[in-house]
Design a protein around this ligand. Sequence first.
Ligand code: SF4
Length: 224
Amino acid sequence: MKIGGFLKASFVDYPGKIASVVFTQGCNLRCSFCHNAILIDTDNTAHGILPEEIFEWLAKRKGMIDSVVVTGGEPTLQPDLKVFIEELKAMSFLVKLDTNGTNPDIIRALLDDELLDFIAMDIKAPLSKYDSIAGTSQLNLSSIRESAEIIKNCDIDYEFRTTFCPELATDDIPCIILDFDLVSNYVVQNCRNSQFEKRLDNKQSLRSLVNEASALSLRGFELG
Ligand code: SF4
C-alpha cells in the first residue's frame, strides 16, 4: 500500500462513527477541483507512511476509534488493498471505502468478501461531461456506471456524492441523477478548493438543486 496521509481521528468521514482516515497515494483521474492534489502522483513518496505504522497506532486505540476510512487518491489502484482491509477487519474495525468508481471489479470483490461496511462513490458529472471534469480522455464510462450499479445493489450502507465544482451547471445535477438512476443516498457537496472560493453564488445554486431534485421525488438528497 502506498499511503500518503493518515488522519488519526475524524468525526465527519464515517457517519455516526469516530474514524481514522487513510489516504492512499495515486489517482487515475485529474479532477480540476481536486482538494487532495498531493495524492495524485503515484510516485510521490514525500509523505509515505507504512501500513505497519498505522496498524500499530490503531492497535493501541481499540475502543476509541470505531472505524477506518480508506480514501485517496484512489484506493482501488492499490494492489494490496484487500490485504490491508483484511487486516483492519481482523482488528474489528468498521471499514469505509471512498472510491471514484473506475474499478468495478475491485469494488465487487471487496463487497463479495464482506470486507466493507460502508462505501462512498464520487460521481463527477453527467456522462456527457465526465471526461472533461475528471480531467482524462482515458475514462471508461461503462466502468463508472457499472460501479454505481454494484453499489446501488449492495447490502451495506452507501452514498453517492458530487462536488459542485465551477464546471458544473445547476441543471447538471438532475442529469447526473437521471444518467445514474439515483433514487436515494445522494449528496451534493460544496467545492472546497480555495481557488474557487470566489464563486459566491455556489450556495444559492445548490438551493435551486434541492428544488429540482425534489421535483424528481428524490429521497436522501442533501447538501454536503
Ligand atoms: S478522483 Fe479524487 S483524488 Fe482523484 S483527482 Fe479526482 S478529486 Fe482528486
